[in-house]
Design a binder for this molecule. Structure first.
Ligand code: SF4
Length: 148
């Protein structure tokens, strides 16, 4: 049996509308994530719920490709960006708070960290890895604010 491809229903080379396709269409080129480690922990590690962490989580809070936490966010951003530019020399960025639970902190501290990331040159978006029990109303307000 032969399957015919309906070109009108293609998005680039895919039959589904991928995020990569959407970002390329919107920004005119590649957009990649820059994974960061902002120095957070999580309730499954600091003793609030547990101290052993989730079974599938690495010692770096599943942020193994993120910048190193002994550097500040601007330094991490520059370091990871330079490495990724070897593959995509022309690109824009999504700052990605990847390691551990990235809303598990005082709202004012979160505000400071998120703004440090979004003001980096070329950033068009922010991605924040977290868990649903680390999203109190005060943190949602910070996210709404930064989203503007
Ligand atoms: S960072 Fe996330 S995945 Fe890792 S131990 Fe904490 S809750 Fe689990």
């Amino acid at each position: 049996m032969e399957f015919k491809t309906d070109r009108a229903r293609m998005w680039g080379d895919k039959r589904y509308h991928s995020l990569n396709y959407h970002l390329r269409s919107k920004y005119g080129g590649k957009v990649f994530k820059i994974p960061l480690d902002a120095g957070f922990t999580c309730p499954n590690r600091d003793g609030a719920l547990s101290s052993s962490g989730c079974l599938f989580c690495s010692p770096r809070g599943s942020g193994d490709f993120a910048g190193t936490r002994r550097l500040n966010l601007a330094q991490q951003f520059a370091e990871v960006k330079a490495m990724m530019h070897l593959k995509w020399p022309q690109a824009r960025y999504i700052a990605y708070f990847q390691a551990f639970s990235n809303t598990y902190e005082h709202p004012q501290r979160l505000r400071e960290l998120y703004w440090q990331a979004v003001v980096q040159p070329g950033v068009v978006g922010l991605a924040i890895a977290t868990r649903p029990d680390c999203l109190p109303p005060e943190v949602i307000e910070v996210l709404q604010e930064v989203n503007q």
